[in-house]
Design a protein around this ligand. Structure first.
Ligand code: ADE
Length: 265
């Protein structure tokens, strides 16, 4: 994903270079589920707060704190006001990403969460992936160019040094609004060459790209999509254990980021 201001005029390009050369000080973690978020909140001893810039009455939850001189913000979309379950999926993720960027002006976004993995592509339960690219698999618009808009392919911010330092796998991430996978979704996921699938990544990428905030995607595998077990059952069975692996990867990433500029990641 492009850093701040990329693709703009000469003055904009100068801003990009300056932003890339300044130490990162403000990180925004975007996490969809409470179970995924809490190990990270506890690790960094983040405190829950009301953000004045969030509209009154929204369920969005903001945690923040300082860790190793870094400002750490974590947002999750909260519980659906009527049904009381985590507000997963692309609609909540887009709204929250927009509001959180406006309110918090982060230097870098980390979208962390769980994902389904494809064993045919080498994924196993508990693996943690850093996504190289993100795209949608359930926005089918079979009209020239609209088809590409629907897929919405974007590159994650390139972090070769972070990747070298951390023991993460790398692969493409495909996003849709369903936990299961229809045959049509499967065809697009295959076309997207994805190794992991989630329900938020490409939506976060879309908004972050609009607002020119560099974004990386850390996804831990809870279920094997092309395996024998029913996805929902396997996801729920592994969720708690895999969130521990996710927290470790996020901590390692944040420890690596400390004192570095975007251009050093
Ligand atoms: N998150 C965890 N497992 C998933 C799956 N199979 N599909 C989409 N999102 C997921």
């Amino acid at each position: 994903m492009a850093p701040h201001g990329e693709g703009s005029d000469a003055a904009g390009d100068t801003t990009v270079v300056q932003a890339e050369q300044r130490p990162i000080s403000n990180i925004l973690l975007i996490i969809a589920m409470q179970t995924e978020a809490m190990p990270v909140v506890n690790k960094f001893q983040l405190e829950e707060d009301q953000h004045a810039a969030f509209p009154k009455g929204v369920p969005w939850v903001w945690y923040h704190g300082v860790y190793n001189d870094l400002n750490i913000n974590l947002v999750w979309p909260g519980k659906d006001p009527i049904l009381g379950v985590d507000s997963v999926g692309t609609v909540s993720a887009s709204l929250l990403t927009y509001a959180a960027i406006q309110a918090l002006q982060p230097d870098l976004i980390i979208n962390a969460g769980t994902a389904g993995g494809f064993k045919a592509k080498g994924a196993s339960i508990g693996d943690v992936y850093l996504a190289s690219d993100v795209a949608f698999h359930d926005r089918r618009i079979p009209i020239p160019v609209f088809d590409l808009y629907g897929v919405g392919l974007r590159k994650a911010y390139s972090t070769p040094n972070l990747l070298k330092e951390l023991n993460l796998k790398v692969g493409k991430l495909s996003t849709g609004d369903s936990l299961d996978m229809s045959p049509q979704d499967e065809a697009t996921i295959t076309a997207n060459d994805a190794v992991v699938k989630d329900m938020e990544g490409a939506a976060v990428a879309y908004v972050a790209d609009l607002l020119k905030v560099p974004t990386i995607f850390v996804k831990a595998v809870t279920d094997v999509v092309d395996g024998d077990k029913p996805t929902a059952e396997e996801f729920l069975q592994n969720l708690a254990a895999v969130t521990a692996a996710l927290e470790q990867a996020v901590t390692q990433a944040i420890d690596f980021i400390k004192g570095k500029c975007l251009s050093e990641l």
